[in-house]
Design a protein around this ligand. Sequence first.
Ligand SMILES: [Zn+2]
Length: 521
Amino acid sequence: MSMSIFLFFVIACSSQPTTIDLALTNGHVYTKDGLQQTLYINNGLVIETPSSTVEILKEINLEGKFILPSFHDAHTHLLAGAFVFDKLLLVGAMNMNTIRLRVKEYVNTSPGVPWVVGYGWIKSAIDAPTGIELDEVSGDYPVALFDSAGHSVLVNSKAMEIAGITADTPAPDGGIIHRDSNGNPTGFLQEAAIELISPLMVSQFSSDQLSSNLLSQISEFHQAGITSVSEILAVPGVNLTFPELYHQYEDLQFRVAYYVPLFAITELSTVESFIGDQSEWVHFEGVKLWIDGSSGSGESWSIEESDIEENHYGSQYFDTEELIKVVAHAETHQYNLKLHVNGDAAVRSALEALEYVQQSNGILNQEYLFEHAVLIAPSDYDRIYNLGITVSIQPAHALVGIYGDQADHWQDERIDRAWDFPALEAAELNIAMGTDWPVWPTVDGLTNWQTATEGLQSRNLKTLTVFNGYTSQGRTTSGLGHVGLNVGQEADFIVLDGNPFEVSPNTISLQETWVKGMRVY
Ligand SMILES: [Zn+2]
């Protein structure tokens, strides 16, 4: 080796840089080794304390503030939310009168909209709603109003006419078309039947508008302390699988691990076209599939029949045999699965499929998340633990579920076991947390933290569970384990004026959000 090459080699390998970008001093920085005073960042990465000869290019005095890793929302529908949030908001609407009035007002004040699209009415609060009740107030406009869970839609006669929904239209697999005593559709569609109208409706809105809504939503997430999301690109019956929209905004310092929706086994091959889609900020992480319907609609797939409706066990989209095919496909093609399991029968079916593939392959290599997992049979906790499954929960859902009486087909003993978050902790399960935005309308990280630790009565979670659930646990299951506050990680963090491990999160304000060493809020 010549001397010059040798010298080059020595210089290139010396790990200590002569300058570093940033030091945040005089704070309390939360790391895996405890609280530290100073956070050093170079090239967007957290670095170790540099030697005293290193020049620090910029220094910020934290004046005693707290630095925590920023939040990760492990379950969100950002694009779907961006789609509905500039439309007719019906959040909290609990009767048809309110809905009719809002539609009437919207029609009068929004001339020229292609469709009247609304979102947020509370399905469980309204007995036998119909879309044809909207005809008298909707003029010539087609109307589609989604409930808060996104699993039900009310459509008026005009919308049904455009979609060709008549007395002769059969309900698609996993879908319900409600009808009157003569068999005529009443304009109330549930679950997979939503897709009879949604592609027609979605195609009427420009992607420019959706883009600009998306941008404002991302800045709201930054403001809420969230710098990365596990994004589910739609809900049953509404396909908004447009990851290219995120790729348009690679410079927004927002990380998206997206999951492609799967509503039927026949769509499995379409997943393959997304495999390998990966940039620094946006990547395909896996597939979300709905094994059952939603508890808010009384459609969780349950082991025992409904307490209020004979012979009703909820909606089931996949059987165990089909699930085995999906799990085997995920293992072969190396992507992760988010499994929507609300009811105990859905949980059990997923377990059977996972155990089957594990036994035949000898191992499960991919990440599996149980989304919601509202009701789990007591004997199944150990099985979840043994398979290393992460349970992905939305603590605020319990507010409308258990305490707001929305689990309308479980009562008494089962309702006592539903949303039993402490039981997940007791079983030592991995827990990731999210908002399910816009199903839950608040994204603010500290508010949701407080709800989870203080707002759920006997179902309150431990502070450490909530912290891990909104940070590392969600990230590691979404291919974002390189983000955080430990040495070598990309520095995404928030600056707080108090320590949520010591005082109530509602007494703390979030003052800054940073992504990869850059301030974004
Ligand atoms: Zn969701």
